[in-house]
Design a protein around this ligand. Structure first.
Ligand code: ADP
Ligand code: MG
Length: 387
């Protein structure tokens, strides 16, 4: 699949711009193994890059203009580098153009001096399925421009560029997790990120060696209340931290929860308890992977789901059904993944049981009158690279 996309994006670049691309760069989507709504609380997350990527064919121009196209759309967006401004661009092209703007904004590139570029995008990361197609674009474009403009940035700096593009150009208030996973992914590994220090390190998963795979179950339920719900949960976390007198929920320990129960109203307390216990589950998952391997993390995944369902209240019936059915048909553990209110669940499944789980989930959805979910395996894969 990926091989074809490389050829395709090269041909599309030539068809659109009439020249050859200087090269092709790519970056993966991501799934989050565990650690949900912890990133903006300065906590811990454990995502991984997946084997679905966005490819960017990029070429330098001899003027100061920038053009970007995608198979996603017939439109080719064009703008002068000097005119890049958050209000000047809308729609999908804000993701790639936002990266260019962010490189200038963060002082990494002088947009008055660098040559213009042409960009063509092609991707097999599903959009809006909670697999961060947006971070895949940002990673591929940032990695390409770093090389073409000889900026010499490291992967963590490029992740921050992607976040700045997404926060301040696109206008989506997300944390650093998606971009870090897309840039720092490794084959058969997850990326453990401390969102306070923005330090990251690879954690071996050893899935194949243990005859395991990760199944994504996309419920096809749109994140109807996603942005409102996300903002509301974020506000609850901030209110909880303020009431407890700490800078962020990262500073609340399991032992502090007793006092928190007395100080906070019931809803805020449960929001806080999710974040505090979820941080601990991420640390426990990292330890369990190192000591006992991936078969030892099932209960942590299950507990993460219960916490999101009951305390953080961001699940929906379709996600609960996907998780319960996966668990009862052979998965070692399962949880909803991503921001919630729809989107996907992941299940850690012995290879021999994959079709059994898929059939069981399809059957359960049909029985409940839900639309058929889309299930597929993902393999933890390498981050941004030149092809
Ligand atoms: P996700 O969870 O997939 O990251 P987002 O809403 O953050 O969802 O980002 C999806 C948006 O990214 C799309 O609506 C579109 O604007 C842009 N996008 C994703 N993939 C592509 C692509 N291949 N080409 C152009 N734009 C894309
Ligand atoms: Mg996104």
């Amino acid at each position: 699949m990926s091989e074809d996309l490389r050829d395709l994006v090269r041909r599309e670049f030539e068809a659109a711009y009439g020249t050859e691309a200087a090269g092709i760069w790519s970056s993966p989507g991501r799934a989050n193994l565990i650690g949900e709504h912890t990133d903006y609380n300065e906590g811990f997350v454990l995502p991984f890059g997946i084997d679905r990527r966005t490819f960017a064919a990029v070429g330098l121009r001899d003027d100061a203009r920038i053009r970007v196209g995608s198979t996603f759309s017939d439109e080719i967006a064009e703008i002068a580098l000097a005119e890049l401004h958050p209000d000047a661009v809308s729609g999908w092209s804000a993701y790639p153009l936002g990266v260019v703007w962010a490189l200038g904004r963060l002082g990494h590139a002088d947009l008055q001096a660098v040559p213009g570029v042409d960009i063509m995008l092609e991707s097999d990361v599903p959009v809006g399925a909670g697999l961060s197609s947006s971070a895949a674009i940002e990673g591929a474009v940032a990695f390409a421009l770093d090389e073409l403009w000889r900026l010499g940035l490291d992967r963590v700096e490029l992740a921050r560029v992607g976040r700045t593009a997404e926060n301040d150009f696109v206008g989506a208030p997300t944390g650093i997790m998606d971009q870090m996973a897309s840039l720092l992914g490794r084959d058969d590994a997850a990326v453990f990120i401390d969102c306070r220090t923005e330090e990251a390190r690879a954690i071996d998963l050893r899935l194949a060696e243990n005859d395991l795979t990760i199944l994504v179950i996309d419920t096809q339920v749109e994140h109807q209340h996603a942005s409102g719900g996300y903002r509301e949960r974020r506000a609850s976390c901030e209110a909880g931290a303020a009431a407890l007198g700490v800078a962020s929920l990262r500073d609340v320990t399991l032992a502090d929860l007793e006092r928190a129960r007395e100080v906070l109203d019931d809803v805020t307390f449960r929001r806080v308890r999710h974040v505090v216990t979820e941080n601990q589950r991420v640390l426990d998952t990292v330890a369990a992977l190192a000591e006992d391997g991936p078969r030892a993390i099932g209960e942590l995944l299950d507990a993460s789901h219960r916490s999101m369902r009951d305390d953080f209240e961001i699940s929906v019936p379709e996600l609960d059904l996907a998780v319960e059915t996966a668990q009862s048909s052979g998965a070692i553990g399962a949880r909803m993944t991503g921001g919630g209110f729809g989107g996907s669940a992941i299940a850690l499944v012995p290879r021999g049981l994959v079709s059994h789980v898929q059939v069981a989930v399809d059957g359960a959805f049909a029985e409940h009158g839900y639309a058929q979910p889309v299930t597929f395996m993902v393999t933890p894969s390498e981050g941004a690279r030149r092809e």
